[in-house]
Each structure stands twice: as structure tokens, then as C-alpha cells.
Ligand binder design. Structure first.
Ligand SMILES: *Cc1c(COP(=O)(O)O)cnc(C)c1O
Length: 464
């Protein structure tokens, strides 16, 4: 144990001496060092195995706490959660049944009730921790599907309405749930990338007119690219009017529940039937930590199965509370403990303060880029992402497209910084996802300056 902690401390020290979040190793190089390890020949020595582990992974790992890591929705983790991880794995409680978790079951339930309270759900609410937003969205739509089937609708008729900027896990879930290939109807967004209620209204009417059934409307509270929060009150009213289940995907925006200042942006979320919250994004928890919350606990019965050896239907009058009755998983990590210890040590206001910090950071960076001579901003930041590209006056769209990809890969290869890429209206843009409350405006502007410098450096090469 001590050897491992020393090794980790050494890696962190080495990282802080490094110039950026990554070393820029390429896939072929990374694959080679791993492939060379013969798993049938153990080293038989922890020190040697740790040294090898560094070679195959740690030395070239990507560090999310580095201020120049601004790529995906990954957060640096808070220390109480890290401490909790030690206990989660050491004790290895499994949250499927009471007799494998005891107090853990109630810790999880207390956190679910607390989150549901922050959402504004009433006393009938419930939910379950999941492995991530993808699983939470799948379960939310699973409950919606089974509610529609229980109401007598045919599966082939069911459709799901989601914005064009919604997460791809909605499409995946529709496929896994056996819905028809044309089940997901894309609803247009407005200039701010928020679902357009007029377009949703037309789409719902269209579904009905075609003799189909609007099984669910998926609203996004914080889209992955623009951080857009769909107009939840208007969307909820339309879903209610058409008898459709409302699922709110707040995988990204869920952290706003901890900030008194930002919470009003989620107004209307309490009208959802189900909500996805990813604690491993805007709550600064290690992967994995997510939850699905439902307004009416009775819907969770759709995932209940009874096994004689685990959670029998007639539990000899024990009345044991078994979380497996609400989950798609059976054996399940006690991820809730991380959030528990975070709240008990730091409190929700500290998390809320961090969320405000990263939102303010994105706003400040956006303000600077809005007046930049060489960098173009795609939209005013709404949450903590900044979508932009290198495009000084006179540069064609095609060249800007080529440059975006080259700038991104060069930044990685040189180890300077890591940014993400996305497409807007078919064109290539760069994206900063800011989730490090310790990063300053100066830190992030150093990354955008590096982008501009590379743009100048690579223009001739790309044009040639
Ligand atoms: C990240 C994200 C998801 C998927 O969550 P995972 O935890 O990565 O499975 C779903 N929806 C939105 C809006 C997201 O940002």
C-alpha cells in the first residue's frame, strides 16, 4: 500500500514538472509497450510491476487536473471523494441487496432523496445510482417505454423526441430498447442551440398525425457542445399536453443544483418524469458516479425481477430493502459513498462555488475571444464550454476546417494542451470544456494563444 502511494505521489510530482496534461504519445506507440507484456510471466514483485505500470500507462496518462486540459467533460476530482474510493474498494460492499451493503443501502437512498429534493420532486420520488449518463438515459427511456406499453401502445408506434443537439446515448437507448429504426425524431434548435418549443409542438403534432405515439420527450439541461439548457417549462407543458414522458438529461447541467445563483436556470426540471444527473462531471467526483431520479417511485417497478437466491418475492417477512429491485445492474459499486463524503466534508455550497467558477471562467474566456482578431467564437458560452476556431480575416472556411484538426492534434503531440473538436453546421470547430475550478483565465487564454500561434504556423503548410 505504502509503495503504491509513494508511486502515485512520484507520478504527480513528475506530472507537475511536465509542460502540459499529456506527453503526446501516439496510438501505435502506446499499443506497442502494452503488447510487449507477457501476462503469463508475472514479475512477482510489486515495485517492478508498478514501474511497468508506469511504462504502459501512467507515464503518458492524460491528467485532467492540469489547467491546460480543456478537452472533454472530465473533471479534476475532490479529495474527499478520492478518500471515499479507498473505502469503496477496500470494503467492496455491493449495493444490490441489503445483506451485502447494510448502511450503504441507506446512504445511497439518502443521497437519492437529497438530489430529488434539490430537483424539486415531492415525497413520491425515488432513483438509483448508475454507472453514467448513458445508463441513466437508457433506464429513463426504459421506464418511459414500459409505461407506454403498459398503457396498451404497440412498440412499433413509439417515438422519442429529442433536440438535434441531444446526446447520442438517446439514439443508442432507442435501439437497445427495440424501438423502430425511425423512433427518434429530431427537434430543431434555436440560435442558442436550445430546443425550439414551436418546433417541438409541430413535431408532436406530426407524430400524432402519422398515427404514432410520442413515448417521450428528452430535454437536455446542458448540451455537450454548447451547454445549452432547453426551455424546460415550455417543453414540460408540451410533453404534458401530449401525454408524453418527460426525461431531462442533466448529465452536464445537474451540477447547477448545488448553486443558488445558477439553480434558476434549471427551473421546470421538477416537472420531469425522470432526470439524469452525472456526479462524475459537474460534481467533481471520480468515474463512475451518476444517478437516475424519477418523480414517481412506482415507475421503477419496470426494472424489478425477483430471483429466489437474491431478492425473493416473499422475503420470509424480512422486508429487506434491496436496491437491485430498482437497478439495471446486479453487483454494483458503492459509488454513492464518494458523494456522501464530499458533502459531509466540503458541503454542497463548495461544489456550487466550483460550478460557478467554471461557468464564470467560460464567460470570461468567451468575452476575450469575442474580440480576438484571429479567433472566432461560435456562440456566447452558456455553461462551461467555449466553441471557437482559428479564422483570421481572409482565411477560407475550407482552410479553417483543415486547420482545426491540425491544431488540435499538434497541441496533443507537443503535449502543450488538450482541446476537443466538434462540428457546427458541417464545419470543424475547436471546443474547450472547462471543468477545473482551479484554472484561471490566464491559464485558459494561454491555451487559446497557443491555438492562434499554431494557426499562424500551420497555415502555409495546410494551404500548400
Ligand atoms: C456526458 C453526457 C452523457 C453521457 O454520460 P456518460 O456518463 O458519459 O455515460 C449524456 N448526456 C449528456 C448531455 C452528457 O453530457
Amino acid at each position: 500500500m505504502r509503495l503504491g502511494l509513494e508511486h502515485l505521489a512520484g507520478a504527480l510530482t513528475a506530472q507537475s514538472a511536465q509542460a502540459g496534461p499529456a506527453t503526446g504519445v501516439l496510438p501505435e506507440q502506446a499499443a506497442k509497450v502494452v503488447a510487449d507484456v507477457d501476462l503469463d510471466r508475472p514479475l512477482g514483485d510489486t515495485g517492478a510491476a508498478l514501474a511497468e505500470m508506469s511504462r504502459v500507462w501512467l507515464d503518458d496518462a492524460v491528467w485532467f487536473h492540469d489547467p491546460a486540459y480543456v478537452a472533454h467533460l472530465n473533471c479534476p476530482v475532490v479529495v474527499p471523494a478520492l478518500l471515499a474510493e479507498l473505502f469503496v474498494s477496500s470494503v467492496n460492499s455491493s449495493l444490490d441487496t441489503f445483506d451485502q451493503s447494510v448502511g450503504g443501502t441507506f446512504v445511497e437512498r439518502h443521497l437519492i432523496d437529497w438530489t430529488a429534493g434539490r430537483i424539486g420532486f415531492g415525497a413520491t420520488a425515488d432513483g438509483i445510482f448508475t454507472s453514467g449518463g448513458t445508463q441513466s438515459n437508457l433506464q429513463g427511456l426504459h421506464l418511459a417505454r414500459d409505461a407506454a406499453l403498459a398503457a396498451g401502445h404497440a412498440i412499433a408506434d413509439l417515438q422519442v423526441l429529442a433536440s438535434a443537439d441531444g446526446h447520442f446515448s438517446v439514439q443508442k437507448a432507442a435501439k437497445l430498447l427495440g424501438l423502430s429504426p425511425d423512433a427518434v425524431v429530431t427537434v430543431a434548435v434555436d440560435a442558442d442551440h436550445r430546443m425550439d418549443p414551436a418546433a417541438l409542438s409541430r413535431a408532436l403534432t406530426g407524430v400524432r398525425a402519422a398515427g404514432r405515439v410520442p413515448m417521450a420527450v428528452v430535454a437536455t439541461a446542458g448540451t455537450t457542445d454548447f451547454g445549452a439548457i432547453d426551455p424546460l417549462p415550455a417543453v414540460a407543458a408540451l410533453a404534458e399536453a401530449h401525454g408524453a414522458w418527460l426525461h431531462v438529461d442533466a448529465a452536464y447541467g445537474g451540477g447547477l443544483l448545488t448553486s443558488a445563483r445558477l439553480r434558476p436556470r434549471l427551473a421546470g426540471i421538477e416537472r420531469a418524469d425522470s432526470v439524469t444527473v452525472d456526479y462524475h462531471k459537474t460534481w467533481f467526483q471520480p468515474v463512475s458516479a451518476s444517478a437516475l431520479l424519477v418523480r414517481d417511485s412506482r415507475h421503477l417497478r419496470h426494472v424489478t425481477w425477483h430471483a429466489d437466491y437474491l431478492n425473493p418475492k416473499d422475503p420470509e417477512g424480512t422486508g429487506h430493502p434491496n436496491q437491485v429491485d430498482k437497478s439495471l445492474q446486479t453487483t454494483r459499486r458503492f459509488d454513492a459513498l464518494k458523494l456522501w463524503l464530499t458533502l459531509r466534508v466540503m458541503g454542497p455550497d463548495t461544489i456550487g462555488g466550483y460550478v460557478e467558477d467554471v461557468v464564470d471562467l467560460a464567460t470570461a474566456v468567451g468575452d476575450r475571444l469575442a474580440h480576438h482578431p484571429e479567433l472566432e467564437l461560435a456562440a456566447t458560452p452558456q455553461l462551461s464550454t467555449v466553441v471557437f476556431r482559428y479564422r483570421p480575416a481572409g482565411l477560407t472556411e475550407d482552410t479553417a476546417d483543415l486547420l482545426a484538426g491540425r491544431i488540435r492534434s499538434t497541441l496533443y503531440e507537443r503535449g502543450t494542451a488538450m482541446v476537443a473538436a466538434t462540428k457546427v453546421a458541417g464545419r470543424c470547430w475547436l471546443k474547450l470544456t472547462l471543468l477545473n475550478p482551479m484554472a484561471s483565465v490566464t491559464d485558459v487564454l494561454a491555451v487559446t494563444d497557443a491555438v492562434a500561434a499554431l494557426g499562424r504556423e500551420l497555415t502555409a503548410e495546410v494551404a500548400a
